[in-house]
Design a protein around this ligand. Structure first.
Ligand code: SAM
Length: 270
């Protein structure tokens, strides 16, 4: 059996051994056992993660913002129902993590059939709320050191997470904000509108490689109204070592180099 995700006349084919779970609710959730990528989560026909490369994505989503912050103790994760982002956040020993996920079934299914959270979603410091991230930040009276958005490709439920209003509300409640910002190559329109809508005083895009996302090239946007997007390699190295963080993709050197953009991407967001 084969699973194919198509994007604009091209696509990615993954050989599947069996389907482990399927449910149609807020989203169409499918979990597959693949032949060479381990277990794979698909939402509404789009690959969200495979066991083989999920760490490439989650580490690059989480560690740059967490390490730019001197002492990230309160963290908000929006989306991220598979638990991979929260797992990486906990490596920084925060006091308090709030995860706001719109689809409870994603969390249940991922815990039972994939388990990449490695127990993070059961950690006593983690509080999971099942609601819309847009509504949560609109009504939020608290403050976070870092806000991380681990949402799906823009669709009817996640579209709000790339709106100006959402970014403005996030800017008010955190020191650093980071979101995945799609593929500049396969989805230049989404990438550009995320960049344009995220009207932070300071912002920057950085890149990573995730083989099972469209064409492998992936982007992230970090922003802040109150902090600089600081990239001192020595500072980042010291914090990384002090926090004793184990990774398989992220390094402080990759962190700094990821912000060097190819000319064509810099042109897209000029
Ligand atoms: N890493 C993935 C990617 O970029 O393809 C994202 C994975 S994670 C499973 C995305 C999660 O965002 C989903 O579980 C989805 O339910 C959640 N989500 C989508 N829209 C949301 C919203 N408005 N508020 C909170 N969570 C949302």
């Amino acid at each position: 059996m084969e699973f194919v995700e198509r994007y604009n006349g091209s696509g990615l084919l993954i050989e599947v051994e069996k389907i482990l779970y399927e449910f149609k609710g807020v989203q169409h959730i499918q979990i597959f056992q693949t032949k060479s990528f381990g277990k794979m989560l698909v939402l509404d026909g789009k690959i969200q993660l495979t066991e083989k490369d999920e760490a490439f994505y989650h580490e690059m989503l989480v560690h740059p913002a967490m390490l730019m912050h001197e002492s990230p103790k309160r963290v908000l994760v929006i989306g991220g129902g598979d638990g991979g982002a929260v797992r990486e956040v906990l490596k920084h020993d925060p006091k308090d993590v709030v995860m706001v996920e719109i689809d409870e079934n994603v969390v249940k299914a991922c815990k039972e059939y994939i388990g990449i959270d490695m127990g993070a979603l059961e950690d006593s410091r983690v509080n999971i709320l099942f609601e819309d991230g847009l509504e949560f930040v609109r009504n939020c009276r608290g403050r976070f050191d870092v806000v991380i958005v681990d949402g799906t490709d823009p669709n009817p439920i996640s579209q709000a997470l790339i709106s100006k209003e959402f970014y403005r509300d996030c800017a008010k409640i955190c020191d650093y904000f980071v979101t995945q910002s799609q593929s500049p190559f396969a989805q230049p329109d989404y990438f550009k509108s995320i960049y344009d809508n995220a009207e932070f005083k300071n912002k920057a895009v950085y890149l990573g490689f995730v083989p099972t996302y469209p064409h492998g090239l992936w982007s992230y946007l970090i922003g802040s109204d109150v902090m600089k997007i600081a990239l001192d390699l020595n500072v980042i190295r010291k914090r990384f070592e002090k926090r004793s963080i184990e990774t398989i993709y992220y390094t402080p050197e990759i962190h700094v180099s990821a912000f060097a953009l190819p000319k064509w991407i810099a042109h897209l967001i000029r």
